[in-house]
Design a protein around this ligand. Structure first.
Ligand SMILES: Cc1cc2nc3c(=O)[nH]c(=O)nc-3n(C[C@H](O)[C@H](O)[C@H](O)COP(=O)(O)O)c2cc1C
Length: 331
């Protein structure tokens, strides 16, 4: 059976990738992910704040977002640079050692806020031997005067800057919070994105009503959270040149299979590996292989996108009619 897939221009032995997480914070952790069966590893992110900690331009940009309103100070606390455990130098060193001592693609991750200044670092990541770069352009737009068009432009500018700086493939890990996500995806595709990773998962603060404090929360995902990326992968498959990577909600091989049927080129997992350990990847791949055997699929290409919007005979469930149908079905 042929489990190979091509994702962001990289040939993978199968579609299951270990997404960015603390599991890739050390060479030992990365090796364990490879031994556990991951087809590629996305390293934990290097944050732009680490790279440009001395650059007042970035700090000003961050301050603008953070300090727009007094209330936001507690919801979006200012960055404490001492929280970062990894220096940019150590990150590059890890990329170099991981690339040298593993046989799978190592994808570095940059988490950026502004479109300026970080291309040098992308170049250094390439020189360190990374097979690709994943950009995670995460920012909460607290400024009431920033328009959607400006936000979209910032994504496009960031992508173009990095693409011009490196020759390795560049993926974007995206938020679903665009008013016209399809158009955004198309623009990024045209600007040369090698992959779109759907979707970033956000960690919303909670309120503690006893201490009257805003509490940061981090819970691992569950399979129910896959529906939004699943829907958009199904909607976009076959309509863009770029690869589609799925991230969110993989608990078992069932979710891996669903993402591939929707049209993903690669499926990523973090929560399942944090819960069950790096060896769980092999279990996910074995489940996929067994299912393919039972259903007569010889290769990933045979099943990829079979239930995408473009291929499914009844695309209505993916569209507006689904909304009406679901509401009616409750009766
Ligand atoms: C503890 C933890 C740390 C993470 N660190 C990063 C990170 O550094 N960069 C990044 O892009 N995503 C990071 N993520 C997000 C994951 O890569 C992944 O996209 C998300 O958890 C959804 O996938 P899952 O449902 O398989 O967990 C992190 C997630 C967790 C739970």
């Amino acid at each position: 059976m042929d489990l190979k897939t091509r994702y962001m221009g990289l040939d993978l032995k199968h579609p299951v990738i270990a997404s960015a997480s603390p599991l890739s914070e050390s060479l030992d952790g990365i090796r364990r992910l490879e031994d556990g069966g991951a087809a590629a590893v996305v390293l934990f992110s290097l944050f732009e704040e680490q790279i440009h900690r001395e650059q007042t331009a970035l700090l000003d940009a961050l301050d603008q977002g953070v300090n727009s309103f007094a209330e936001s100070l507690s919801f979006f606390p200012e960055v404490d640079f001492d929280d970062f455990s990894t220096s940019p130098h150590a990150y590059l060193d890890l990329v170099r050692r991981a690339a040298e001592s593993t046989d799978i693609p190592i994808i570095a991750s940059l988490n950026c806020v502004t479109s300026q200044g970080w291309t040098d670092y992308a170049r250094q990541i390439e020189h360190a031997g990374a097979s690709g770069i994943e950009l995670n352009i995460f920012a909460i737009e607290t400024d009431l005067f920033t328009t959607g068009q400006q936000v979209e432009q910032r994504y496009l500018d960031s992508l173009r800057l990095v693409k011009a700086a490196v020759s390795i493939p560049v993926a974007l890990k995206l938020s679903p919070f665009f008013s016209a996500f399809g158009h955004m995806a198309k623009q990024l595709d045209e600007a040369g994105a090698d992959a779109l990773v759907l979707f970033n998962r956000f960690y919303r603060p909670d309120l503690d009503i006893d201490s009257l404090k805003v509490m940061p929360t981090l819970t691992l995902s569950n399979a129910g959270e896959m529906r939004l990326p699943l829907q958009w992968i199904a909607l976009l498959h076959g309509r863009l040149k770029t690869s589609l990577g799925a991230t969110r909600g993989v608990e078992s091989s069932v979710e891996v299979i669903k993402y591939l049927l929707a049209g993903a080129d690669a499926v990523m997992t973090t929560s399942a590996l944090l819960r069950r350990g790096p060896d769980y990847t092999a279990h996910l791949v074995a489940g996929l292989e067994a299912w393919m055997g039972e259903h007569g699929f010889q290769s990933i290409d045979d099943m990829k996108g079979l239930l995408s919007h473009a291929k499914v005979s009844d695309p209505l469930p993916l569209e507006r009619a689904n909304y009406i149908r679901v509401l009616e079905s409750y009766r």
